[in-house]
Each structure stands twice: as structure tokens, then as C-alpha cells.
Design a protein around this ligand. Structure first.
Ligand code: DGL
Length: 272
């Protein structure tokens, strides 16, 4: 039976929009609610227990808004909280982990690079996948300090972005890496600049397409009717909604409906 309720999507900030836009592209009839937890961004350096708490409260909020499933569009939150969320709530969750498997299967040089946050590299999910699927391949892990705040600030190009990216990418190029996994949903917004820097030497893997396909598989009977009634709502816990506005305009949604959301006594409170 068709199901009009929205798909909930969240991230520590605006990065999850790299996944959100692919979901909307592949599933144009689905309504969505997106939460950017900009008040706590970045999640990367935070203790797992804290990320579990934030993710739980955001999921509770999305369910109160009627979400029929939740996409954790954040590698760091998936690493820390996905297991807990699935055990706590009675809706399907789709999470993320760095796409080590396709990189390891397709590398010719035997060297793959992974850019992610410290939280993601600490996670059991990443380490298990690497052990299972990257045997015989050298995995170069790099915590890409500074990239999340570039994207939150809407700096996708320019001298600062270029020099930071060169600092992260040069050692990988020197190590003969030929596949690079983007293990954080903020990084795909820097793809054009990354491609300029690495040229044809490295194939860069953005997992958004695979995640949207997984959403479609999980939806099955929960899919929305094809009546053109899809709506998209955005919430930010940040002091203002500027980052979200800027990024939505950048990806072609300049008139999106954006609301503020407050953390009160560790729970989320909507102004609506
Ligand atoms: N976008 C997030 C991820 O995919 C987290 C970035 C951060 O908040 O540190 O890991």
C-alpha cells in the first residue's frame, strides 16, 4: 500500500544533503524531512556516547514528525549509533559506511585511500569491512581535518579550500593510491576541486548513489504514491540557518522550507 509519510534524513550538519539530493533524484515522489544538527557539528571528534544521544533524540523528533524510515546520512553517526537506533526504534534505518569494498575490488595499484572523520575510523563497522573486503590491499586512512568546516561555511572553491585539499591529497597521490573513498558526507561538495587536483590519477568514490538505491530497496511497500505531492522540510539546530540555506541554494533548492530547532534539556524542541 502506498505510504505518504516522509523519509527522515539527518547529519551533523549540511553534509548529509549530498545523500539527500540523490534520494530525491532517484525517488522523486517521496517527501523528506532533513535535520542538520549544526549546533553539535562536527561529530567527528566527539565521544561515541554523545553521538548516540544526539542521534537518538533526532530520530525521536523525526518519528514524531511522521517519518516512515530514517536515513543516517552521516558516516560518523552510523559508526557510533546505528546499532543502538535499530535496537531502540521500530522503523527501518539506512546507515552509511565508507565504500571500502568497491574501492578494494577495483584498485589496480593495490593502494586505496579513505578520507573520513576520527569517529568513523574508530567504528567497528569500518574496521570489520576493511578486514573482510580489503585483504591484500593497502588502505591509507586519513582524517581530513578542516574539510567539514569548509563545507559548513559554503567554501567549495577558492585558495583556502584548494590548499587544504592539496595537503590531504598529496600524500595519497605520493603513495600511489588509485581509488579514493569519500567516507564523510560533507566531502562530495568538494568533488570538483578534488578532481582538479588529482586529475585522472585517482577515481573518487561517493557512496550517495548506493545509499539511495538501498533506500529504494528498503522502502518496498512503504513507497509513496506517484501523485506529485512530495514535500521537503528542513530543520537546523544551529544558531541560524545560513549554512543550510547556502548549501540548498548551491544544489538548486533556493526556496526550501527551513526551520530552526532547539536542544532543550538534551531533547529537541520545534518552534512550529
Ligand atoms: N558528515 C559526517 C560524516 O559523514 C560527519 C562530519 C562531522 O560532523 O564530523 O561523517
Amino acid at each position: 500500500m502506498a505510504n505518504n509519510r516522509p523519509i527522515g534524513v539527518f547529519d551533523s550538519g549540511v553534509g548529509g544533503l549530498s545523500v539527500w539530493r540523490e534520494i530525491v533524484r532517484q525517488l522523486p515522489h517521496e517527501s523528506t524531512i532533513y535535520v542538520a544538527d549544526s549546533a553539535h557539528c562536527p561529530y567527528g571528534p566527539r565521544p561515541a556516547a554523545e553521538i548516540v544521544q544526539f542521534s537518538t533524540e533526532i530520530s525521536r523528533f523525526l518519528l514524531a514528525q511522521g517519518a516512515k524510515m530514517i536515513v543516517v546520512a552521516c558516516n560518523t553517526a552510523s559508526a557510533a549509533a546505528l546499532k543502538h537506533l535499530r535496537a531502540t526504534f521500530d522503523v527501518p534505518f539506512v546507515g552509511m559506511e565508507p565504500a571500502v569494498k568497491p574501492a578494494a575490488q577495483s584498485t589496480r595499484s593495490g593502494h586505496i585511500g579513505v578520507l573520513a572523520t576520527e569517529g568513523t575510523f574508530r567504528g567497528e563497522l569500518f574496521n570489520r569491512t576493511t578486514e573482510t573486503h580489503a585483504r591484500g590491499v593497502t588502505v591509507h586512512r586519513r582524517v581530513a581535518h578542516g574539510l567539514v568546516s569548509l563545507v559548513e561555511g559554503g567554501n567549495f572553491s577558492g585558495a583556502e579550500a584548494e590548499s587544504l585539499l592539496r595537503r590531504h591529497l598529496s600524500p595519497l597521490m605520493a603513495a600511489n593510491v588509485d581509488r579514493l573513498v569519500l567516507g564523510c558526507t560533507h566531502y562530495p561538495f568538494l568533488l570538483p576541486l578534488m578532481r582538479e587536483i588529482v586529475g585522472g590519477r585517482i577515481t573518487i568514490i561517493d557512496p550517495a548513489d548506493a545509499v539511495a538505491k538501498q533506500v529504494q530497496r528498503v522502502l518496498t511497500r512503504r513507497a509513496a504514491p506517484t501523485d506529485g505531492s512530495a514535500r521537503h522540510k528542513f530543520f537546523s539546530t544551529g544558531a541560524d540557518t545560513a549554512s543550510l540555506e547556502k548549501l540548498l541554494a548551491h544544489i538548486g533548492y533556493p526556496r526550501a522550507e527551513i526551520n530552526r530547532l532547539w536542544w532543550r534539556h538534551a531533547a529537541l524542541d520545534s518552534a512550529e
